[in-house]
Design a protein around this ligand. Structure first.
Ligand code: ADP
Ligand code: ZN
Ligand code: ZN
Length: 744
């Protein structure tokens, strides 16, 4: 057997592999990702390399191939472990080696740290004053200016850039004074503070809340196991506001005390000033925060700090799971059901599975937390692979909100044609009168769903995608898939009829209607359009928290994780919007959205109410979210998945071919189809094959997409099929082939 080995993990140079022979005694233990010692070059210098492939064919003459010297199992550095992780990801999530390595080692090249230079006086005031006098006499004005400044800032020193850039004093002048021994230039490395929030801001107060009985029992149990050397996997199922975060904090505290490091994952959207501040208050400067707005340099700083052990706790979205801690003790995934934990780029990894892999390799525990666990995690818990804990009451004693489900069909019968039901209207008026706050949730941004001609029925579509354009105020049509924008039309492009009108409802329209009906109420809107600027997201949240508005209108952005104490009414304008999509997970998504939205009401002392408006009050996703009964939802949903052989009960593999060239695409699709049918015939396994068919949206951004779906109860067989298929690849450069296990 032979191994392809790379000796240099620089992402640019991955194609340069060298073939070595695997000696018989190592054949069983060398695998893809192994770190090995090899004799290299003319002098047979011993160097390290990584195995990236194994085959039984020699690519060069047999006698020229050298033997692998040994296999390294000990002394694996953190980089070695990350590389091993990358190779596992490449296999497990079906990506290329390059993609996987880029993913685990996000910073390709070292970005220089900012260096702070400071000029300090090196002589006493007297000596410097003498020098000043002499430069006045000699008319050395630059020097004079500099020395005066130095004398006024004698204790603090001067910033080097200030001198050379703002005061126009040449580095030569500074250098000559340094030579005379009058000043010294000191340098220090500044780590960029990513949130601009050091211990300074959060104060040095270590705030601590006494855990209640339920929280304490769970924390004790996890810490107890940890101290006995058990590195468990846990699912913390706790209703919104039940105090899950306090449990995390308590376990983190213990793990950090034992000298270990912690990765705390939160969805990007919940990564707000408020959340992060809670961690700063507890742990001070020992934490660092990673978010997608960081520059490459800032990211590299965080990476270094983690590697050097200067940081013990990292908080961030899914990519933070790759933080290179050398002594990882715990990974927490909060709101683990969130779709953003699955990568949309290849490798299309599941953060949960990456966390499990790392934890197992590096001896860490994993805690998943959610009010509405993913079917995957809850199923794992039911099957005994994960230990389940429940938090059933709201911490601090707040009551669960009262939920009203309004059947919109009845509203129409009662001649109410408004988008607001009578119940919602009554409660809005009541809250406005009492100066309490309201949140209105609608799952679509923009003004209206689509624009349509009443004469010929034509719907105005994006020229680059197979989707309709959404009307936005003021007078724009926007594609939500590719970002294409154009002006609103005044007549139908097809039949020239002037009767074009907008249909459906989005956040802008709700805001408009509220402003019209309740002109005295102050509103804020939060959606993709109002939060594109860097700070606006936090600005809107804090404005609402400071009671600068009565009503917050928004998309799913507003339902996630925020804690507003004065919100006593949550209105869900149309619960069905996420229910009828061509996606086997749409009931799960609806249940999650509704439960999270309802969870926003009554988080403080005042009790809350929720109005869910729907055309399907009897659908189990809506019924069980109204009852806040996760168990009931899970039982129905898992039956459906079992019956239909969907994940998490079965494994699903999506194969997607895409190309700008439709003809080539269809040709390649036929080839893949033939291959798959042949393989399935040969395997005689009852693997279910669906497709080829057009993707739900066939064309996005001028790229056409064809899909196949495979379902089977065993992951490894699908994985082998995937390996074979990626082995034959595509013939055409124009067509790309992508795999996605258990797609979202
Ligand atoms: P979750 O993470 O489950 O949504 P949090 O940990 O954010 O819940 O807690 C919700 C609210 O209850 C927070 O304001 C928190 O400070 C408070 N809280 C949590 N645990 C306790 C406790 N043991 N005693 C009093 N208040 C608590
Ligand atoms: Zn028309
Ligand atoms: Zn488009």
């Amino acid at each position: 057997m032979y191994a392809d080995i790379i000796v240099d993990i620089s992402v640019e140079d991955l194609d340069r592999t060298f073939q070595y022979r695997i000696p018989g005694e190592l054949e069983a233990s060398v695998h893809v990702g192994s770190k090995v010692s090899i004799p290299f070059g003319k002098g047979n210098r011993q160097i390290n390399g990584f195995v990236v492939g194994i085959s039984d064919e020699a690519k060069i003459p047999e006698e020229k191939i050298k033997d692998i010297a040994s296999l390294n199992l000990k002394d694996l550095t953190i980089e070695d472990r990350m590389i091993e992780l990358a190779f596992w990801m490449k296999e497990h999530f079906a990506s290329t080696t390059n993609e996987a390595l880029k993913c685990v080692i996000p910073v390709k090249r070292a970005v220089k740290n900012k260096v702070r230079k400071i000029i300090l006086p090196a002589a006493d005031r007297r000596t410097i004053e003498e020098e000043l006098e002499s430069s006045v006499k000699k008319h050395h004005t630059a020097k004079e200016k500099f020395l005066r400044e130095l004398l006024t800032e004698y204790d603090e020193g001067l910033k080097y850039e200030l001198i050379t850039e703002k005061m126009n004093i040449s580095p030569a002048t500074v250098g000559s004074l340094e030579k005379k021994g009058l000043i010294k230039v000191e340098t220090s490395t500044v780590f960029r503070d990513s949130l601009g929030m050091g211990a300074r801001d959060a104060g040095s107060v270590r705030e601590r809340i006494d855990l209640n009985e339920e929280q304490q029992r769970i924390s004790d149990d996890i810490i107890g196991e940890y101290n006995r050397g058990i590195r468990g996997k846990y699912l913390l199922h706790g209703i919104t506001g039940s105090g899950k975060t306090e449990v995390y904090l308590s376990v983190i505290d213990e793990v950090v005390k034992q000298g270990k490091s912690v990765i705390m994952l939160i969805p990007e959207i919940a990564l707000t000033y408020q959340t992060v501040k809670r961690f700063y208050k507890r742990f001070g400067d020992g934490i660092s925060v990673i978010n997608s707005r960081l520059s490459a340099g800032e990211r590299y700083d965080q990476y270094l700090k983690a590697k050097n052990g200067e940081t013990k706790i990292v908080i961030g979205p899914r990519s933070a799971v790759f933080t290179p801690f050398d002594n990882l003790g715990l990974i927490i995934i909060d709101e683990e059901h969130e779709g953003s934990y699955k990568s949309e780029n290849s490798p299309k990894y599941s953060t949960r599975e990456v966390a499990f892999f790392r934890a197992e390799k590096e001896g860490a525990a994993v805690i998943l937390g959610s009010a509405t666990p993913s079917l995957e995690s809850y199923f794992d818990a039911q099957e005994g692979r994960i230990k389940l804990y429940e938090l059933k009451t709201r911490a601090g004693g707040a009551e669960l909100p009262k939920v009203h489900v309004v059947d919109l069909k009845e509203e129409l019968k009662a001649r109410n044609r408004s988008i607001f039901s009578r119940k919602l209207r009554e409660l809005i008026e009541d809250r406005l009168g009492r100066h309490e706050q309201i949140m209105l949730f609608i799952n679509r941004r923009g003004h209206s769903g689509f624009v349509n001609c009443r004469a010929c029925g034509n719907v105005i579509k994006c020229p680059h995608c197979d989707v309709s354009l959404t009307y936005h105020v003021p007078g724009k049509l926007v594609c939500h898939y590719c970002g294409y924008e154009t002006g609103m039309v005044s007549s139908c492009p097809k039949c020239a009829s002037p009767y074009v009108s907008t249909f459906g409802t989005g956040t802008q329209k709700i805001e408009e209607l509220i402003n019209k009906e309740y002109p005295l109420a102050k509103t804020l809107r939060m959606d993709y359009d109002t939060t594109r600027a860097k700070e606006s997201y936090d600005d809107i949240l804090s404005a609402f928290a400071n009671h600068e508005a009565d009503i917050l209108i928004g998309t799913q952005m507003i339902v996630k994780g925020h804690d507003f104490h004065d919100v006593t009414l949550v209105g869900i304008i149309l619960a069905d919007m996420s229910l009828y999509q061509e996606d086997f997970r749409c009931a799960e998504k609806t249940f999650q959205l509704l439960s999270q939205a309802a969870g926003r009401a009554g988080r403080g002392q005042k009790a809350g109410e929720v109005v869910i408006q729907t055309y399907n009050p009897e659908h189990y996703a809506i019924e069980s979210s109204a009852l806040q009964d996760y168990g009931r939802f899970y039982d129905e949903e898992i039956d459906f998945r079992r019956l239909m052989k969907y994940p998490p009960v079965w494994t699903m593999l999506k194969i997607m071919l895409s190309s700008e060239d439709e003809e080539e695409l269809l040709r390649e699709t036929d080839r893949v189809d033939e291959f798959l049918k042949g393989e399935l015939e040969r395997l005689k396994a009852a693997v279910k094959l669906f497709g080829p068919s057009k993707a739900r949206i066939y064309r996005v951004n001028d790229v056409y997409r064809m899909v196949f779906y495979l379902k089977w109860n065993d992951y490894s067989l699908l994985s082998k099929l995937k390996d074979k298929l990626s082995g034959i690849g595509t013939l055409s450069k124009e067509v790309s082939l992508q795999f996605d296990f258990n797609p979202l």
